[in-house]
Design a protein around this ligand. Structure first.
Ligand code: NAG
Ligand code: NAG
Ligand code: NAG
Ligand code: NAG
Ligand code: NAG
Ligand code: NAG
Ligand code: NAG
Ligand code: NAG
Ligand code: NAG
Ligand code: NAG
Ligand code: NAG
Ligand code: NAG
Length: 426
């Protein structure tokens, strides 16, 4: 979720100190308005806020985990959450015996903790725990959604050269046609996160919900071995075909939400899928390559522009990828990008990212669009171009506790804004 400009501070330490100082002043000003940090490690703090925000009844677990994490130690993060995940899963199994409803939140929490355990491991593609933890998160999540009033339905849909995977949540079992929200994530998060952050709130408000993943995203990257593709309509169209074939969907009220880098993916997909009638972009990503580049000091970008892949990759590998002293944000940002775009070269990652631009497709977007702008978020700070394109865009600034990237820690406020706007969109 957090493709971070903090990359800059680490690389700047290697290459350019004045740049680090500029970043530092900005960060300090921003932090003054945010909630108490749960960890001195900014990236760990962010991930803890995601968990805290997704799990209304798990504050005790998250605070206890925060207390034992060691700054910069990915090992401390996966170990803490793997132990917590197993213990929570075991508790859910016990809770399930007397009362299935007791178990639901516990399974959701266990699933969430397995995802957290996995989060910082993507630097080593051979690590079997990338798969082991995912088996745990999937099993726990399946058991949780089986206890919903209308159980969640896992689907796999043939697409061009891969399968779109998804989960469908109906408001009820009737054939009443209802408005429906499709949710996609971005650089790292899973469709299970989509349910926890936004889907459950949408169902409460009477929306059917479909969460989907395509290449580069957790399930498809793992089990189909595919990195990101820029033309995300290839993922979406089979899902919309599937919805159109159901009896409980009001196709005149079909909305799409893209979270984080999903702000690009959703804009792109909606441009080529006219059955989408309203669009929520949180963030309003304009140019993924520019967002990644904004984390790099100018000296390094000159090497990129000069086309020296060997030198560029060596600087990133020595300064970040293989540098245990690099900040968690920098290491995770590169590790995750390489894993999700399926390359071992950061130079190649930047080249791929050049195709992830909204500039050439805005003319196709003639539906109402909501753009979320977390004011202290430096990850995709480029919504302005979209807003100024003379499109039907409603910009919502998230401030104070909701001003982290994607409103981490404050999803309820985020959902009030986004789902409130969707009420007016049709
Ligand atoms: C950033 O700020 C911290 C204190 O807020 C200070 O200790 C550190 O030296 C600063 N770093 C740079 C590169 O200015
Ligand atoms: C944490 O990850 C490391 C690296 O994969 C692994 O050696 C260790 O066993 C993991 N911890 C737990 C408790 O799974
Ligand atoms: C968690 O449970 C799995 C399955 O029982 C086991 O293989 C793994 O070692 C456990 N991990 C920890 C950290 O306890
Ligand atoms: C990656 O994980 C594999 C499997 O656990 C291990 O054998 C290998 O040493 C790890 N590589 C690195 C660079 O840590
Ligand atoms: C909906 O149908 C499913 C599957 O038949 C069933 O398990 C569930 O209890 C039903 N839910 C309601 C609210 O009727
Ligand atoms: C399902 O929704 C319809 C339409 O809102 C409603 O009439 C019906 O009572 C609901 N059924 C159940 C089992 O909740
Ligand atoms: C639509 O439903 C029919 C009957 O259930 C099925 O045969 C067909 O494959 C479905 N098409 C899609 C696109 O899901
Ligand atoms: C790339 O940079 C390295 C290190 O500065 C240099 O040795 C090499 O000649 C450069 N390659 C090209 C093609 O410019
Ligand atoms: C590793 O990262 C630290 C912290 O940013 C930095 O000071 C150091 O120069 C880096 N090491 C290398 C070899 O680039
Ligand atoms: C956008 O259009 C310009 C001009 O036709 C083209 O050069 C560029 O490659 C396009 N970019 C993307 C990301 O499609
Ligand atoms: C949102 O914040 C931006 C600066 O981050 C400002 O330019 C814009 O006017 C604000 N818009 C609204 C609707 O508050
Ligand atoms: C923008 O969309 C809203 C619905 O969200 C609609 O009421 C309004 O008429 C649209 N405005 C324009 C200029 O198309």
């Amino acid at each position: 979720m957090h493709l971070s400009a903090v990359l800059a501070s680490t690389l700047a330490g290697v290459i350019c100190t004045s740049f680090a100082e500029a970043q530092n002043a900005t960060q300090k000003a921003a932090l003054a308005s945010l909630p108490l940090a749960l960890s001195p490690d900014p990236e760990f703090n962010f991930q803890l806020l995601i968990s805290l925000g997704q799990l209304p009844y798990a504050a005790g677990d998250i605070l206890a985990a925060a207390a034992v994490l060691v700054q910069n130690s990915f090992y401390s993060f996966n170990t803490t959450f793997a132990v917590l995940a197993n213990a929570t899963y075991a508790a859910a199994e016990i809770a399930a015996v007397p009362n299935p409803v007791n178990a639901q939140n516990t399974y959701f929490a266990a699933s969430n903790y397995y995802r957290s355990a996995d989060f910082f491991l993507h630097g080593n593609w051979s690590d079997p725990l990338i798969y082991d933890y995912w088996t745990g998160q999937t099993l726990a999540f399946n058991k949780a959604i089986a206890t919903l009033p209308v159980p969640g339905l896992r689907i796999t849909l043939p697409a061009e050269g891969f399968d779109t995977v998804g989960t469908y949540y109906a408001v009820n079992n009737s054939t009443t046609k209802r408005r429906t929200l499709v949710i996609i994530q971005g650089y790292d998060a899973a469709q299970e996160d989509s349910y926890m952050q936004m889907g459950a709130s949408a169902i409460q408000r009477g929306w059917n919900v479909l969460t989907i993943e395509g290449p580069g995203q957790p399930t498809v990257r793992r089990y189909q071995g595919l990195g990101f593709i820029p033309d995300y309509e290839k993922v979406l169209i089979p899902a919309v075909n599937w919805l159109a074939n159901r009896t409980d969907i009001d196709m005149s009220k079909l909305a799409l939400a893209g979270i984080s880098m999903g702000g690009y993916l959703a804009a792109r997909a909606a441009a080529y899928e006219p059955r989408i009638k309203a669009l929520v972009l949180d963030d309003g990503v304009w140019d993924v390559q520019a967002s990644i580049e904004s984390g790099f000091p100018p000296e390094l970008l000159q090497i990129y522009a000069a086309g020296n892949q060997t030198e560029f990759d060596a600087i990133i590998d020595d300064g970040i990828v293989n540098n245990a002293s690099a900040s968690s944000s920098a290491r995770w940002g590169i590790d995750q990008g390489l894993w999700a775009f399926k390359t071992h070269s950061t130079y190649n990652l930047l080249q791929q990212a050049a195709a992830y631009k909204v500039q050439n497709i805005t003319y196709l977007l003639d539906i109402p669009i909501f753009v979320g702008n977390a004011v202290d978020d430096t990850d995709f700070p480029v919504y302005k171009q979209l807003v100024s394109q003379d499109k039907n865009v409603t910009l919502h600034n998230f401030t104070g506790p909701a001003s982290y990237h994607c409103q981490a820690g404050d999803f309820e406020r985020s959902n009030r804004a986004m789902l409130g706007w969707l009420e007016t969109a049709f």
